[in-house]
Ligand binder design. Structure first.
Ligand SMILES: C[S@@+](CC[C@H](N)C(=O)[O-])C[C@H]1O[C@@H](n2cnc3c(N)ncnc32)[C@H](O)[C@@H]1O
Length: 431
């Protein structure tokens, strides 16, 4: 099967025959021709989460009348085949959720959608796609950086979800994410292009280019023929010097983008100290730490793999509430159940987020020791603790692990239609 190259492909500067340096350039040209399966997988997560988020905020005690969704890299709204893109998914889901919540509350409830797009042609196509939704769904041409100040003052105390889905890392600036997360009930779903981060890192630490190495090896004197010089030495020297100049530019760009994403330059020595095989995980760990510094309380990394089985990027959900964290895990599980990706890829993604069930089981036994507790929420008493909510909100477990966890607790299951467990007291600690 032929699969188009992925976003942020490394593109060779082959406009010049001697150029050797890799440029890190986003490839957006084919993204909107047809959304590839892993993009549609991402859209399933967004659609499912969006509805849960709206209902969670609209139906909570003390809820206000408006919540805000900001699609900070909104795109065109749909691909050429008519598959819905993120702002259209949000606009449709916002309309449905707002109507449902208004009816249940017997009071108007609105979900406003702001779709920011820097590419003029994309923004204009998006404006056409979103026109039928009326004044609560707006397209803002430009960047999040340009609009964030006015958004935050217009929606000062409004709960908001920011979806930041760029090609590459450049729009993911620390100061923006920090400002977006600053406030009660603010959360973000970010596409962290970890492969691009690794390539930026590679460019930053590169000592020389292939053209420089080729020139050096061609011009190193051979012991038996010390006077022999290659006939193309001049061309090799020129190629080496051009590639050096290009490397310097690439390095500067990479440093600027990465320092802006992490908020300062302290990330670099930390990454340098990590063996190359562990660097992707190290990037995610470091970025998670940053999100927590910027106000997130729950951070969920969601690896996304493309149809060929290649890791594409990591979505990262930065939430303030356990309910948001739990809802995102449900949305991830939903997308894995309905994914357009091949089963082997889905299996790999499920495996990548799977939790340590021994440790999760121990947490349940510890939390509910000596108690009888329901598995599922009691509709007549939603604040009462139950195992399912505990698993979602307080442990790393995903819904697709629940059958296994129920089986592990089966010895303590009570008879009856409603599933309850009576868990034993903690055994005394023995040194
Ligand atoms: C991956 S596409 C977005 C796809 C869209 N979120 C979806 O799921 O359907 C990235 C889009 O962000 C736009 N973009 C890139 N940098 C941006 C920035 N700094 N601010 C706003 N939009 C940006 C690009 O023009 C492109 O349309």
């Amino acid at each position: 099967m032929h699969v188009r190259p992925s976003r942020d492909d490394v593109v060779r500067t082959n406009s010049h025959p001697f150029s050797e340096v890799l440029l890190i350039m986003p490839r957006s040209g084919d993204h909107f021709e047809h959304f590839r399966p892993h993009t549609r997988h991402k859209h399933l997560i967004l659609k499912e989460y969006f509805s849960a988020w709206g209902h969670k905020l609209g139906l909570r005690n003390g809820a206000g009348d408006v919540i805000l969704y900001v699609d900070a890299c909104a795109g065109r709204g749909a691909d050429d085949l008519g598959n819905q893109g993120s702002p259209l998914i949000a606009a449709v889901a916002a309309g449905a959720a707002a109507a449902n919540i208004s009816q249940r509350r017997q009071r108007p409830f609105g979900i406003h959608v702001l779709a920011i797009e820097s590419n003029r042609s994309h923004a204009s196509q998006l404006a056409d796609v979103l026109a039928p939704f009326g004044s609560t769904v707006r397209v803002l041409p430009g960047t999040l950086e340009e609009h964030l100040g006015s958004i935050l003052s217009e929606y000062a105390d409004t709960p908001a979800l920011f979806f930041i889905d760029p090609f590459g890392l450049e729009p993911l600036k620390a100061e923006l994410i920090r400002a977006a997360l600053d406030g009660d009930r603010r959360e973000a779903l970010l596409l962290f292009a970890d492969q691009a981060a690794l390539r930026h890192f590679g460019a930053i630490i590169a000592e020389d280019t292939r053209a420089e190495r080729r020139y050096r090896s061609a011009t190193t004197a051979l012991p038996l023929f010390p006077d022999l010089t290659p006939i193309n030495a001049g061309a090799l020297a020129q190629a080496a010097s051009q590639s050096r100049a290009q490397l310097e530019i690439t390095r500067e760009n990479a440093l600027r983008i990465m320092n802006a994403a992490f908020g300062n330059e302290h990330w670099l020595p930390k990454l340098e100290a990590v063996p190359s095989a562990d660097r992707r995980v190290a990037f995610l760990r470091l970025y998670t730490e940053r999100l927590i510094e910027w106000g997130a309380r729950y951070v969920l990394p969601i690896p996304v793999v493309d149809a060929t089985g290649t890791h594409a990027y990591t979505l990262i959900h930065a939430a303030k509430s356990a309910k948001g964290y739990a809802a995102m895990k449900e949305a991830v599980a939903y997308a894995l159940r309905h994914s357009p990706l091949p089963e082997a890829v889905v299996h790999r993604m499920r495996f990548a987020v799977a939790s340590d069930l021994d440790s999760v089981e121990a947490s349940v036994r510890d939390r509910f020791a000596g108690q009888t507790v329901r598995w599922a929420e009691d509709a007549s008493n939603r604040t009462a603790a139950c195992v399912r909510n505990f698993l979602l909100e307080e442990t790393p477990a995903f819904p697709f692990e629940f059958d296994e966890l129920k089986a592990r607790l089966n010895d303590h299951r009570n008879r009856g239609r409603v599933i309850t467990f009576s868990l034993p007291e903690r055994s005394p600690h023995v040194d």
